[in-house]
Design a protein around this ligand. Structure first.
Ligand code: NDP
Ligand code: BG6
Length: 513
C-alpha cells in the first residue's frame, strides 16, 4: 500500500478467498466499489465521512468505478442528500482548482436510500439499488456504520444477510465506542462475528489515521539515532497529552455514559502508546504490527485507582462571557460523577520499559486544543557542564516532542551554547515544523482510513485481541471509580485542569511538559 500511495495508483484488492480466481489487475475496469454510509443523516457522516470521500475522489484515490449510498431512517431523495452533503463539503479541498466541477462529478455518484436499521427488507431494497449501479461489474461493498452503538448489531445483521456482495468482498467499518468495558466489548465482538469474519471488520480509531501517529514508526525504525535510545536506559518518562478547549456541549448524552477515560484514553492515547512502545515488527504487514501492539498491551499492568486522577469542569466567567459547566448541560444529570478530565500513570512490565512511567492526560474544556507525545530523557551522567555551572542544567534534560495537532511538528529540546565569548548555555529546539518543511496539506485522518478500508489494508484498524487487551487495562479501575463513587476534582472551564494531575506526576518525579 505504501508504494501504491506514493505512485498515486489505486487498485482494489481482491478478498483473500478470491485472489486465485479473480485477476484484479487485469480486470480493474470490471470491478466496482459501493460505499454505504449507514447513518448518513448524522453528524459524523456530514462532518467527516462525506468530506473525506470527496477529498479522496478529488485526489484521484477512489477507484474508477464507485458509488456512494447514504442510508438512514430520515426521508430524503437523492437530490436532498446531495444538497445536504454539498453544504457540508467544506473541507481542505475548497480552495483548490476545479473544486466546484469535481464536486458536481462527485455528487452525481452519491445516492440515498431511506430505511430502518433493523429491517432486512429495507436492506434488500438497498441491495437492489446497489446492483443497478454495479451493473454487471465485479461488486465490492463497504459499509460504514456511522450510527449509535446500540443499533450496530441490527444494522450488521441486516446488511450482511440482505446486502452483502454476492461475489466480491464485503467490509464493515465500525465506529467507537466498542463497548464500555471488557464484558460489553466481548459481547459486541461475539455478535459481530455471528455475521462477519474478523477480516471483514474494520474497527476505526481515527487517531491511527493522523499523520504524526503514522509517522511514529517511521521515526523510530528508519532513523538510526532514535531506536537505540528507546528504552528505560535513556528515557525517564513518556507523556501522552490530549486537550480540547471546548466542552461536551451537544454530546452530553453520549459522553455521560462513557466519560473521558473511555472516550480518549482507552482508545486514542493507548493506541499511540502501543505504537510508541512496541518492539520492532517482523514487517510492515498489518498482522505483524498488530501482533507487536498486542504484545506490549499485554505486558502492561492494569491501571490502579491510586494512579488515576479524575476531574470535571465547572462553569467559568472570563472577559464577560460565561462558559457553562459540564453538569449545566440539560442532557447531563445534575449529580453526574462522569470525569471530563483524567490523568493516569501506566507501566509496561517488560525488559525495555521496566519502571518507566507512561503518563496520560486527557481533558475537555481546558485552556488549549492539542495532542502531543513528550519523551523526557534522563540526565547526562557526570555532566561536565553541571559541575562547572552549578545546577543551571538540572532541569534541561533532552525532550523529544511529537505534536500530533495542531501545527504538526517534531522537535527535540537540546542544550546549546549561547553564541558569544562567554559560556552560557541555553535550552533550544531542533525543530521540524511540518508547515515550514512540506507545502502539501496534511490529509484528514478519515481520508487515510477510508482509503485503507477500500484497499483492504488493516494496519491502522483495531483487531479484536488488541481491543480485549486494551479493555483489560482500564476495566477494573473504571468499575472501581463507579462503585466507589469517586468524586471528580472540579476545574474551571478553560483552565489547565485539576491540580491533582501535578501531584500524580510528582509522585513519579515527573513534570508535565
Ligand atoms: P448521530 O447521533 O448523529 O447519529 C447518526 C444517525 O443515526 C442519525 O442521523 C440518526 O439517523 C440515527 N440515529 C440516531 N439515534 C438513533 C437511535 N436512537 N435509534 C436509531 N437511529 C438513530 O451520531 P454521530 O454521527 O455523531 O456518530 C455516529 C457514530 O460515530 C457513533 O457511534 C459515535 O459514537 C461515533 N463517533 C462520532 C464522532 C463525532 O464527532 N460525531 C466522533 C467519533 C465517533 P436517522 O434518524 O435518519 O436514522
Ligand atoms: C473522538 C471523541 O473520538 O475524538 C471526541 O469521541 C473528541 O470526544 C474527538 O472530541 C477528538 O478528535 P480530533 O480528531 O478532533 O482530535
Amino acid at each position: 500500500p505504501l508504494k501504491k500511495l506514493k505512485d498515486g495508483i489505486l487498485s482494489v484488492r481482491p478478498p483473500e478467498e478470491q485472489k486465485d480466481t479473480f485477476d484484479f489487475d487485469s480486470n480493474k475496469d470490471k470491478s466496482t466499489v459501493s460505499i454505504t454510509v449507514v447513518g448518513a443523516s448524522g453528524d459524523l457522516a456530514k462532518k467527516k465521512i462525506f468530506p473525506a470521500l470527496f477529498a479522496l475522489y478529488y485526489e484521484g484515490f477512489l477507484p474508477e468505478h464507485f458509488t456512494i449510498f447514504g442510508y438512514a431512517r430520515s426521508k430524503m431523495t437523492d437530490t436532498e442528500l446531495r444538497n445536504m452533503v454539498s453544504k457540508t463539503l467544506t473541507c481542505r479541498i475548497d480552495k483548490r482548482e476545479n473544486c466546484g466541477e469535481k464536486m458536481e462529478e462527485f455528487l452525481e455518484r452519491c445516492f440515498y436510500h431511506s430505511g430502518q436499521y433493523d429491517s432486512q427488507e429495507n436492506f434488500a431494497e438497498l441491495d437492489k439499488r446497489l446492483k443497478e449501479h454495479e451493473a454487471g461489474r465485479f461488486p465490492n461493498r463497504l459499509f460504514y456504520l456511522s450510527i449509535p452503538p446500540n443499533i450496530f448489531i441490527n444494522a450488521v445483521r441486516c446488511a450482511s444477510l440482505s446486502a452483502s456482495s454476492a461475489h466480491g468482498w464485503t467490509r464493515v467499518i465500525v465506529e467507537k465506542p466498542f463497548g464500555r468495558d471488557c464484558e460489553s466489548s466481548a459481547a459486541l465482538t461475539r455478535s459481530l462475528k455471528q455475521y462477519l469474519k474478523e477480516d471483514q471488520i474494520f474497527r476505526i480509531d481515527h487517531y491511527l489515521g493522523k499523520e504524526l501517529v503514522e509517522n511514529l514508526s517511521v521515526l523510530r525504525f528508519s532513523n538510526l539515532i532514535f531506536e537505540p535510545l528507546w528504552s528505560r536506559q535513556y528515557i525517564r518518562n513518556v507523556q501522552f497529552i490530549f486537550s480540547e478547549d471546548f466542552g461536551t456541549e451537544g454530546r452530553g448524552g453520549y459522553f455521560d455514559h462513557y466519560g473521558i477515560i473511555r472516550d480518549i484514553m482507552q482508545n486514542h492515547l493507548l493506541q499511540i502508546l502501543a505504537l510508541f512502545a512496541m518492539e520492532t515488527p517482523v514487517s510492515l504487514d498489518a498482522e505483524d504490527i498488530r501482533n507487536e501492539k498486542v504484545k506490549v498491551l499485554r505486558s502492561m499492568r492494569p491501571l490502579q485507582l491510586d494512579d488515576v486522577v479524575v476531574g470535571q469542569y465547572k462553569s467559568h466567567t472570563k472577559g464577560g462571557t460565561t462558559y457553562s459547566g459540564y453538569t449545566d448541560d440539560k442532557t447531563v444529570p445534575k449529580d453526574s460523577l462522569t470525569p471530563t478530565f483524567a490523568a493516569a500513570a501506566l507501566f509496561i512490565d517488560n525488559a525495555r520499559w521496566d519502571g518507566v512511567p507512561f503518563l496520560m492526560k486527557a481533558g475537555k474544556a481546558l485552556h488549549t486544543r492539542s495532542a502531543e507525545i513528550r519523551v523526557q530523557f534522563r540526565h547526562v551522567p557526570g555532566n561536565l557542564y553541571n559541575k562547572n555551572f552549578g545546577s543551571y542544567l538540572d532541569q534541561a534534560t533532552n525532550e523529544l516532542v511529537i505534536r500530533v495537532q495542531p501545527d504538526e511538528a517534531i522537535y527535540l529540546k537540546i542544550n546549546n551554547k549561547v553564541p558569544g565569548l562567554g559560556m552560557r548555555l541555553d535550552a533550544s529546539n531542533l525543530n521540524l515544523l511540518y508547515s515550514a518543511r512540506y507545502s502539501k496539506e496534511i490529509p484528514d485522518a478519515y481520508e487515510r482510513l477510508l482509503l485503507d478500508a477500500i484497499e483492504g489494508e488493516r494496519r491502522l484498524f483495531i483487531r479484536s485481541d488488541e481491543l480485549d487487551a486494551a479493555w483489560s487495562l482500564f476495566t477494573p479501575v473504571l468499575k472501581e471509580l463507579e462503585q466507589k463513587k469517586i468524586v471528580p476534582e472540579n476545574y474551571p472551564y478553560g483552565s489547565r485542569g485539576p491540580i491533582g494531575a501535578h501531584y500524580l506526576a510528582a509522585r513519579y518525579k515527573v513534570r508535565w511538559g
